[in-house]
Design a protein around this ligand. Structure first.
Ligand SMILES: NC(=O)c1ccc[n+]([C@@H]2O[C@H](COP(=O)([O-])OP(=O)(O)OC[C@H]3O[C@@H](n4cnc5c(N)ncnc54)[C@H](O)[C@@H]3O)[C@@H](O)[C@H]2O)c1
Length: 364
């Protein structure tokens, strides 16, 4: 059966991976709404740009008129809300944009979706889902033991986490108050293709390739739970099909690693795939391993110590299971960045940003 999906933030890291996954099904049509901030790149959508089932709307989710006209034009069966300011460090320097997009933008998406939903005929109304994509950071920090479950109390510590928590609460309220079939997902740290290189794993890969220091915050012992982005996207698609409105689902793959372990794992895969002796940018430095570039730097203020997800609910109730192990996921991610050096250069240098502005004007 034909299915129409709106994906907000579809030009970002997880959004673009989700768009590629959804379009692999010939019955699915996808409309991306993205304002193309520094983190959004049309390059991430280049492989589907000519697909007749793909449409791009260059717009801000805080702009009700754009959101409303897009929803009423395409009348989606599912709205996946991923548009967000997503980088914790940036939220410390400039929290306003986080409140605007993550809280107010989610409000506009919910409320415009409610208007659309009210206008649908009964069978489409029944089928409609609003999937709000959130993070485990809303739960705050764990001690050495225990896991976040769907009933863990919210305790956000960074402006980013607080803004996502606010959006999660709005999403819940639009279900309880108006009956809009919303579902919230809270996922652990993602990694994989198309991730903007300000985030840990791509940053380490690109710095290592250029022989630059590999920054590790504090003592490197903060623990995060890592999930390959393709597994997250499969979970989102499944939630949109089988998830129960009003519920939330935690998504994670039981891959707890310290920051230092992550950086070391990336170095080890680089040593295997492009040894320092074969890398023209570092060969003259006689490094035995990329690990020698690791440098401990001052910690992030309010840095949560440990996150760990208990994904039992989505596994048992919806039958989700991650395909990647940590080792296969990191290995394929390092290989992807090595094979996409041009993509990396285009999104990290000024030339790319100028080019992007021109392309954005071509959006609908
Ligand atoms: N990256 C992770 O590890 C992770 C983990 C769990 C949940 N999440 C959540 O998943 C979602 C996507 O994360 P990501 O890592 O892909 O983020 P990202 O920063 O790579 O992408 C965000 C996208 O949203 C767009 N955007 C930002 N503000 C917008 C606005 N006002 N209107 C329209 N578009 C806007 C950007 O242009 C970009 O394309 C976010 O909601 C994030 O909170 C991320």
């Amino acid at each position: 059966m034909k299915k129409t999906c709106v994906v907000t933030g579809g030009a970002g890291f997880i959004g673009s991976n989700l768009v590629h996954l959804l379009l692999a099904d010939a019955h699915v049509e996808v409309i991306v709404i993205d304002s193309l901030t520094y983190a959004g790149n049309l390059d991430n959508l280049a492989p589907v740009a000519d697909n007749p089932r793909f449409h791009f709307v260059h717009g801000d989710i805080c702009d009700r008129a754009v959101v409303q006209s897009t929803l009423s034009r395409y009348r989606p069966h599912v709205v996946f809300n991923l548009a967000a300011e997503s980088h914790v460090d940036r939220s410390i320097d400039g929290p306003r944009a986080f409140v605007n997009t993550n809280v107010l933008g989610t409000f506009e998406m919910l409320d415009a979706s409610r208007e659309l939903w009210m206008s649908l005929d009964p069978s489409d109304k029944d089928r409609f889902r609003f999937v709000h994509v959130s993070t485990d950071e809303v739960f705050g920090s764990l001690g050495d033991e225990g896991f976040f479950t769907e009933t863990t109390k919210y305790a956000p510590n960074s402006p980013y986490a607080a803004s996502k928590a606010g959006a999660d609460h709005l999403t819940r309220a639009w279900f309880h108050t108006y009956g809009l079939p919303t579902i919230t997902t809270n996922c652990s740290n993602n990694y994989g293709p198309y991730q903007f290189p300000e985030k840990l794993i791509p940053l380490v890969i690109l710095n290592a390739l250029e022989g630059k220091p590999l920054p590790v915050y504090g003592d490197g012992k903060n623990i995060r739970d890592w999930l390959f982005v393709g597994d997250h996207c499969e979970a989102l698609s499944l939630v949109s099909e089988k998830g129960v409105p009003g519920e939330s689902y935690n998504i994670g793959g039981h891959n707890e690693r310290t920051t230092l372990q992550i950086v070391q794992a990336v170095c080890d895969h680089l040593d295997r795939l492009l040894p320092t002796s074969a890398n023209a940018d570092v060969a003259s430095r006689n490094l035995g391993s990329y690990r020698e570039l690791i440098k401990f730097v001052a910690d992030r203020p309010g840095h949560d110590r440990r996150y760990a997800i208990d994904p039992q609910k989505i596994c048992t109730e919806l039958g989700w299971k991650p395909r990647s192990t940590f080792d296969t996921g990191i290995g394929s991610t390092v290989a992807w960045y090595l094979e996409h050096r041009e993509w990396c250069q285009r999104i990290t240098n000024g030339v790319y940003r100028r080019e992007r502005l021109g392309l954005a004007g071509a959006g609908q």
